[in-house]
Design a protein around this ligand. Sequence first.
Ligand SMILES: [Zn+2]
Length: 224
Amino acid sequence: MSNTVKLPTDSEAKALILDIGRRMYDKNFCAANDGNISCRAEDGNFWVTPSGVSKGFMKEEMLVKVDASGNIIEKNGDYKISSEIKLHLKVYEERPDMNAVVHAHPPVSTAFACARKPLNKPVVTEAVLILGEVPVAPFAVPGTPELAETIVPHVHGHAACLLANHGALTWGTDLIQAYYRLETTEYYANMMVLTGEMPVPVHVLNDEELAAVEERRKGYGITF
Ligand SMILES: [Zn+2]
């Protein structure tokens, strides 16, 4: 599919990522350093949020620019690229018509992700219009290539998907659209709850899943 949208300049892309990051943080869509944002710039490369930084406190110099393979094109200082870059690049690979990707952990959407239950109760016209059904991608450990693979069947014919026991992922022809889809996903999840569709039973991670996540913690160097 051809990509006919006017892409942002570097400075437009960076300013917009910071703005969307603040909105995500203020809306409680991402706790602490959670979540990540990317968008395609006019040169075809991608600006991506750094790891280990709150989305509410980003500065332009923290953002990293990569090519479609994840090679770093431009960065300042010691900021590392988001560990979920593989997830973002997989969306762009599968959907070359998309120019922005947003990942966060909005609480109600994430509760449905923990129940591995799609958003599929067509009670609110806005949600139906904007999103249709929001499927759930199978479980994989955050930050791994396996997680990126889980979304492949879902990025075609959908505007958003939930990541099992993790959070939500949206994409769009521009960053505003990708972000609005995240807001609408959380709105849809809230409406599901308010109309009696609860995210239960929850899927508690089994021993194998838990061990894989704990192994990943070591990779991140997280200690208590
Ligand atoms: Zn996440």
